[in-house]
Design a protein around this ligand. Structure first.
Ligand code: HPA
Ligand code: ZN
Length: 348
């Protein structure tokens, strides 16, 4: 009987223990939950059906996606809505081998609509607690500033977050990249770092390599989210390799937002070959058509990645996380144990 080698590799990639480090919780709002929450909260939707929603998810660039993503967020009003959103993500992540998740949330998307910061963070936090207890997924929360809004608004958001400081791991920067360089947020990041929050930033998705330099030198980012345009600057690549600064790459997102014309043209494989600490993540899976293991599977098929590449990507995901050295070691041991199972040895 013929073996389904691609299917074996996909199963292997799905079950491989992994961390997810680039995931916007608002980007996990699946159309069925969007309808349920719209009904629960009596919020009108511009879509007639789930199929209608899916048909609307055709994007020409980052901004065309963001417009639809922020509109979808309007159904999120109460603490329980944020709990349900986060719990739905965690159950999906568990089925895709996720053992640890560092999750972005966008408080300004909600507080600017009159939703209390407390409702947002309490709902998310309560689900993360349950995810730890019931799904054995550890997690951290990364508060993202919307870069198209002012630096004063970002500073106010950081102030609003302080009563919940213990629940937050780091700060990030998302939304419309071009025209809003990292340098705009230097003072906010200075203050966030003073409180012990770990800095990351989206850079080099649509923006130029100069934005990655700024994220490193001005914001002191410990990871770069996306960062795929780094390969346009050899000196930058040399630095990222030398310092092993992680890049949280999101292949399906990059194709949906037309950062690359197709997955076959994605630079993920070249990044790995060059020695960059690249990881694979889902970004906004409800909008881009796949969760983290789906991203691994699609990238593996398009770029002819093998079993060793998938193991390297899973290893990188833990290495790039903010877990303690002891926790990293424990996950890497689990990963080795999984990869060494005799029944899986025959794949590729
Ligand atoms: N880039 C910038 N902002 C975002 C993204 C992204 O990929 N997803 C959600 N907000
Ligand atoms: Zn993102």
């Amino acid at each position: 009987m013929m073996r389904d080698v691609a299917g074996d590799l996909a199963n292997f990639g799905r079950d491989l223990p992994k961390a997810e480090l680039h995931l916007h919780i608002e980007g996990t709002l699946e159309p069925d939950l969007m309808f349920e929450l719209a009904h629960r909260n009596a919020v009108p939707l511009p879509y007639a059906s789930v199929e209608d929603v899916r048909r609307a998810y055709v994007f020409s660039d980052l901004q065309s996606f963001l417009d639809i993503y922020y509109a979808g967020c309007r159904v999120l009003l109460r603490e329980q809505d944020f709990y349900d959103l986060t719990w739905a993500y965690l159950t999906r992540a568990a089925a895709q081998g996720v053992r640890h998740a560092e999750i972005f949330f966008d408080p300004q998307t909600h507080t600017d609509r009159g939703v209390a910061f407390e409702a947002v963070i309490t709902g998310i936090h309560r689900a993360l607690d349950d995810g730890h207890d019931r799904l054995d997924i550890s997690s951290g929360l990364i508060l993202c500033f919307l870069r198209h809004l002012s630096v004063d608004a970002a500073m106010q958001t950081l102030t609003d977050a302080m009563p919940y400081r213990e629940w937050i791991l780091g700060v990030g920067l998302d939304s419309s990249e071009v025209g809003h360089p990292p340098s705009k947020f230097r003072t906010v990041y200075d203050r966030a770092r003073e409180t012990g929050l770990l800095p990351v930033a989206h850079a080099g998705e649509e923006g130029p390599p100069a934005y990655i330099w700024e994220a490193l030198d001005l914001l002191h980012a410990r990871r770069i989210d996306h960062g795929v345009r780094c390969t346009e600057d050899a000196r930058l690549v040399a630095r990222l390799v030398e310092e092993q600064i992680p890049l949280t790459v999101c292949p399906m997102s990059n194709v949906k937002l037309r950062v690359f014309p197709s997955l076959r043209q994605h630079n993920l494989k070249r990044m790995l070959e060059r020695g960059l600490l690249a990881t694979v993540n889902s970004d906004d899976p409800a909008y881009f058509g796949g969760y983290v293991a789906d991203n691994l599977e699609a990238a593996a098929a398009a770029l002819e990645l093998g079993r060793e590449d998938l193991i390297l990507l899973a290893r990188n995901s833990f290495m790039a996380s903010f877990l303690s050295e002891g926790e990293k070691r424990r996950h890497l041991n689990d990963l080795s144990g999984f990869a060494d199972q005799p029944s899986l040895k025959t794949t590729s």
